[in-house]
Write a protein that binds this ligand. Structure first.
Ligand code: NAD
Length: 286
């Protein structure tokens, strides 16, 4: 099994910054790459915000000090970022052409034994494997947003991925504090989104069709199943733009759900927790 010591994270947006920070927090040396100085400046702000979040929300992190940040190098030099990485985790935008172009560069720049992993939410690793130059050392490693508390890591190879590489990444996921979940055959949406997307769509259908209002849909789900959150609370946590984008690209009926979300919520600036209001209000009481 390959020993992972040095990790390169490509893309320092919402998920990339979290993956870089969590890996450094758990003791790994991390190089985080993004395309230009402006993106790296945003990354610095995201990482600084994560220091505060961990201090508040992660048991044992109250005294979190500079050593975590000291283990993260930020760079816009891709060749330097991956030169001696044991593992590259790609978290760049969910656009096939961007990812393919990046893997074509990695095929040349990353040492041939470096393992490459994509955090893609909707693409299959088979969509990308032929661009990596090493299909046997390529797989998906899928995190959930807010990885310090929602710590699943779904690990999914293609039929060409070496089983030893899958084992290496299951162990790495565990080493960085995740609960590793092997996905045994390629499946768009992994386990998480295969379950969550239909639940969120069904909830939207109930509210859009006038059967029950969002708060009552949530109440039924919470009380009758014991779940801590209802589907509309989950919408607010994710942010309404992402489900809207998924619905807009789904079948015809989903289009009317997308329009309902847009007209009643998104166009009114109700985007979820991040905007202070979605299906619920998060504004501090006056
Ligand atoms: P994001 O838009 O927040 O961040 C993407 C980052 O990639 C940006 O910093 C951007 O500057 C950078 N980037 C753009 N082109 C690049 C390139 N060629 N090379 C390197 N960096 C580049 O996106 P995100 O939400 O962090 O999503 C990234 C990936 O993670 C996607 O594949 C997405 O499906 C997946 N994902 C996202 C979530 C989520 O909740 N946001 C959850 C799980 C998985």
């Amino acid at each position: 099994m390959t020993e992972i010591r040095k990790v390169a994270v490509l893309g320092t947006g919402v998920l990339g910054s979290q993956i870089a920070f969590q890996s450094a927090y758990t003791g790994f040396e991390v190089v985080a790459y993004d395309i230009n100085d402006e993106s790296l400046q945003k990354a610095r702000l995201r990482l600084a915000a994560l220091v505060e979040t961990y201090r508040k929300e992660v048991t044992g992190a109250a005294g979190l000090q500079a050593d975590t940040m000291g283990r993260i190098i930020l760079t816009s030099d891709l060749a330097a970022a991956v030169a001696d990485a044991d593992l590259v985790i790609e978290a760049v935008p969910e656009v096939l052409a961007i990812k393919q172009a990046l893997y074509e560069k990695l095929a040349r720049l990353a040492p041939s034994d470096t393992i490459l992993a994509t955090n893609s939410s909707t693409l299959l690793p088979s969509d990308l494997k032929d661009f990596t130059g090493r299909p046997d050392r390529f797989l998906a490693l899928h995190f959930a947003n807010n990885i310090w508390k929602f710590n699943t890591a779904e690990v999914m190879g293609t039929p060409e991925t070496d089983p030893a590489v899958i084992d290496t990444i299951l162990k790495f996921a565990s080493d960085i504090g995740m609960v590793p979940i092997p996905i045994r055959r390629e499946k768009a949406g992994y386990v998480l989104n295969s379950l969550l997307v239909p639940l969120l769509n069904a909830a939207a259908e109930l509210a859009e069709g006038g059967y029950a209002n969002p708060h009552d849909v949530d109440k039924v789900w919470r009380i009758a199943t014991g779940a801590p959150m209802g589907p509309f609370q989950i919408y607010d946590m994710i942010g309404l733009n992402t489900p809207y984008n998924i619905l807009s690209h789904s079948d015809e009926h989903a289009g009317s759900l997308a329009a309902w979300l847009k007209e009643n919520y998104i166009d009114k600036g109700k985007l979820g927790i991040a905007s202070g209001e979605g299906f619920y209000s998060y504004k501090p009481a006056d």
